[in-house]
Design a protein around this ligand. Structure first.
Ligand code: C2E
Ligand code: MG
Ligand code: MG
Ligand code: MG
Length: 287
């Protein structure tokens, strides 16, 4: 490496970095406008009893339609929202949209639970619980109609605070799930202190259950241990990202309680999913 080449490479790096930073800023600005103008939508994906297909709840998944960029994925805009306090406004809007939707379902006689995803930053928002309680009061929604999902890595960061916040959710009657379990690093001591109801097994492990995968057996064993851990902590398990009959039957045979994924139902608009909720269960073609 000549000094000159090094300098050039550094400038290239700086350029790329500032391009990324510009793009991030532009997305952040647009997202802010989208939140202010109600351009966020919720899609809903059922979580089903893995044996009967009965719908246990639906997970609300945020969608952002931007006229210039089309549908922008939450895996793009959530991290950007998390870098500023924007995520607080986003979560407030998601909670509001979900409660509004619950009102119209309840008016149709559909009694379901909606699970919301919260970010690690929400757990540090001292106003979060007040906002939840206010929104529930505004729409007259009981805590039993709501569930909150936080990722394993969020739950394991600042555990003292997490335990406090999760207990406050419990006081409101809201159920709790640990999302993407197995992807982070859990302290088992802390896990047993968290007042949670469900463990959602990260879809990576589920995807590895397909017969072509070389380390299929390793992943069968990993999922078996997660389920046995959950059972000893008195938690229910959900397999995430279930796409095939084979994955479903392995999960079934390992004693997994519930499943979520394209095999059962893709995330859909509220209108599209209402009939399914009325039926109360999903049916899927045997492949
Ligand atoms: P997540 O909470 O783990 O949600 C599951 C993701 O898996 C969703 O992606 C869903 O569309 C996708 N999925 C469902 N079934 C299948 C399947 O069979 N195969 C595969 N490959 N994927 C499947 P989505 O909607 O793109 O959301 C991605 C992540 O963004 C979510 O992961 C969640 O962490 C986050 N997110 C979504 N909505 C919100 C929100 O309102 N607030 C916050 N803070 N985060 C959100
Ligand atoms: Mg989730
Ligand atoms: Mg997940
Ligand atoms: Mg995720």
């Amino acid at each position: 490496y000549s000094a000159k080449k090094e300098r050039n490479q550094y400038q290239l790096y700086e350029l790329r970095h500032s391009e990324r930073e510009n793009r991030r800023r532009s997305v952040e600005k647009k997202l802010k406008t989208a939140i202010a103008n109600d351009h966020l939508r919720l899609y809903y994906q059922p979580r089903v009893d893995i044996k009967s297909g009965a719908i246990k709840s639906v997970e609300a998944l945020c969608r952002w339609y931007d006229p210039d960029h089309g549908d922008i994925s939450p895996s793009v805009f959530i991290p950007i929202a998390e870098e500023s306090t924007l995520v607080h406004e986003l979560s407030q809007q998601v909670t509001d949209l979900a409660c509004k939707q619950l009102v119209s379902w309840r008016n149709m006689g559909i009694d379901t639970t909606v699970a919301l995803n919260l970010s690690i930053k929400d757990l540090r928002n001292f106003n979060l619980l007040n906002q939840f309680a206010d929104t529930m009061r505004t729409y007259d929604i009981p805590g039993s109609a709501l569930e909150v999902e936080i990722t394993e890595s969020a739950a394991m960061t600042d555990v003292v605070n997490t335990v406090k916040v999760l207990n406050q959710f419990k006081d409101l009657g809201i159920k709790l799930s640990i999302d993407d379990f197995g992807k982070g690093y859990s302290s088992l001591a802390y896990l047993s202190q968290l007042p949670v109801d469900n463990l959602k097994i990260d879809m990576y492990f589920v995807s590895q259950l397909s017969s072509q995968k070389q380390d299929r057996m390793i992943n069968v064993n990993i999922i078996r241990s997660i389920i046995s851990l959950a059972q000893s902590l008195d938690l229910h398990t959900v397999g995430e990202g279930v796409e095939t009959i084979q994955q479903m039957s392995i999960l079934q045979s390992l004693g997994c309680d519930m499943g979520q994924g394209m095999l059962f139902c893709r995330p859909m608009s509220a209108t599209a999913i209402t009939d399914l909720l009325r039926e109360g269960k999903v049916t899927f073609a045997r492949r």
